[in-house]
Design a protein around this ligand. Structure first.
Ligand code: AMP
Ligand code: ZN
Length: 461
């Protein structure tokens, strides 16, 4: 099957290679709990990877964990005190890595083939910075080491191409920026190795005879992990849209400077953001919601997964509690239909249609609409097949739902018997009154009585 995806660098749809696929995702910064904005990106990535596997590709998926940067260091010192060292940093980031894995599991996200912490690749990072110095793309300034954009652009002529055409024109890449994250309007030499500052870093630092005491910049962490796992070119490199600049633009520059003129990624994949009240959901804006906020309100993590699947990855999605409630209702109805499905034939045509929607630039809303179109005719085998890609339910939920239904039917036992008796006698008025009474009781719990071929049963409202 030919699979096309939009490439943010060439600004065109590209056909993916028909062989195995290497896939790198920029992972979370583990200094607090990931929010549901971050998880939009990871859930969509997960659906895409499940689809690629279903379409017969072997995918090797690597995700990094940013476990050293200014935020992780500041959080460690805030928590363990000003004397906190690298071991404390490991403890803090380890804790949030655990939470990240738990949340991902609750959202039915498959674990990546490798989840790689930046601090576990310090040797690679240091080696790459030294290569950049020896090739003349990096220089010492103060206690830090910076990437020389002007030198790079003079040769490669492609700095900032991800950010849009003509990005560099009229701009000067000469100021230095010491921060990992900075504004889209700035073009600055970025830090590769950030020199130690006692007041800021306390006991958290790495020593190297050439680089000095300090810690790596964020961009070189990702480049080093991708280069060491996949060599010069990875097939797909992905992240949220805010990574177009500076993060991915800088990753491209430093990686290509290391490897020569080889492209750092075959395809650049960017996911649009989850918003709240028209603003990006972000830790820094303090407008974020976590999975535990959701479950406290009696939502299931998979209700959120269902909500994510309703919007295209290239459009912004606005989060509201109403939309989540609607997703919760929709999923309950879906579970109910699945619980009534019979074992049987396979809907080949609809499966093919579903896959070709995904093969055309991952058109998830279209694929989901195709799935819902003929849902009433699906067999259990069909539902399990679709679920391998969409990941919308767990078998245990169906059992749970069956138990709820059984409890309700038991509770209504006397009224149901009376109604049956009235019907047999031809007393339809009484039978209908009883039906109304029963439905009033059921409505509160989200159910409704239905006369199935095998006798009275319940369907979700
Ligand atoms: P961070 O932990 O901030 O480095 O972000 C981890 C991942 O989540 C990155 O791929 C980001 O692009 C993505 N991300 C951050 N905020 C949002 C959001 N509001 N909506 C969707 N993805 C996001
Ligand atoms: Zn990254």
């Amino acid at each position: 099957m030919r699979i096309k995806l939009y490439d943010s660098l060439s600004k065109k749809k590209k056909t993916l290679p028909s062989r195995d696929i290497s896939f790198y995702s920029c992972g979370p910064t583990v200094y607090n709990r990931a929010h549901i904005g971050n998880f939009r990106t990871y859930v969509l990535t997960d659906v895409l990877i499940k689809f690629l596997k279903n379409a017969g590709r072997r995918v090797n998926w690597v995700m990094n964990l940013t476990d050293v940067d200014e935020k992780t260091i500041a959080a460690t010192r805030a928590h363990y005190g000003a004397n906190a060292g690298t071991r404390d940093l490991k403890k803090l980031t380890g804790h949030f890595t655990g939470l990240f894995k738990d949340d991902a599991r609750a959202l039915n996200i498959d674990p990546p083939d490798k989840l790689i912490a930046a601090t576990s690749r310090m040797g690679e990072i240091v080696k790459n910075i030294k290569t950049l110095i020896s090739k003349g793309y990096a220089y010492h300034y103060g206690d830090s080491i910076y990437f020389d954009i002007k030198r790079y652009h003079g040769e490669f002529r492609d700095y900032g191409k991800l950010a849009g055409r003509g990005f560099l024109s009229g701009r000067r890449a000469r100021a230095r920026v010491d921060l990992d994250e900075y504004d889209k309007r700035q073009v600055n030499d970025f830090v590769l190795w950030r020199g130690y500052d006692q007041k800021r870093d306390g006991n958290i630092f790495w020593d190297d005879p050439i680089l000095g005491r300090g810690r790596p910049g964020w961009h070189i962490e990702c480049s080093s992990i991708s280069l060491s796992e996949f060599g010069a070119t990875v097939d797909i490199h992905s992240g949220g849209v805010e990574h177009l600049f500076p993060h991915h633009s800088n990753e491209i520059a430093q990686s290509q400077a290391i490897t020569g003129y080889r492209p750092f990624a075959g395809l650049w994949l960017h996911f649009e953001h989850l918003l709240v009240g028209k603003k990006k959901m972000a830790k820094s804006l303090k407008n974020f919601i976590t999975l535990s906020d959701l479950t406290k309100k009696k939502f299931r993590s998979l209700d959120l997964r269902f909500l994510y699947l309703s919007a295209d990855y290239k459009t912004k999605q606005n989060f509201t509690w109403e939309a989540l409630s609607a997703a919760q209702e929709g999923r309950r109805r879906l579970l109910d239909i699945i619980s009534r499905a019979k074992s049987g034939g396979v809907s080949t045509k609809i499966r093919r249609e579903f896959l070709s929607a995904l093969a055309d630039n991952f058109n998830l809303p279209k694929a989901v609409a195709i799935f819902f179109r003929e849902i009433e005719n699906f067999s259990i085998q069909d539902f399990n097949w679709f679920n391998q890609i969409l990941g919308l339910f767990r078998a245990s939920e169906i059992t749970e739902m069956e138990m709820v239904k059984r409890r309700l039917m038991h509770m209504l036992g006397r009224q149901l018997k009376e109604r049956e008796a009235a019907r047999k006698k031809g007393n339809y008025k009484k039978a209908d009154q009883l039906r109304q009474q029963i439905n009033r009781r059921l409505k509160r719990e989200g159910w409704q009585l239905a006369d199935m071929p095998e006798g009275p049963g319940l369907i979700a409202l």
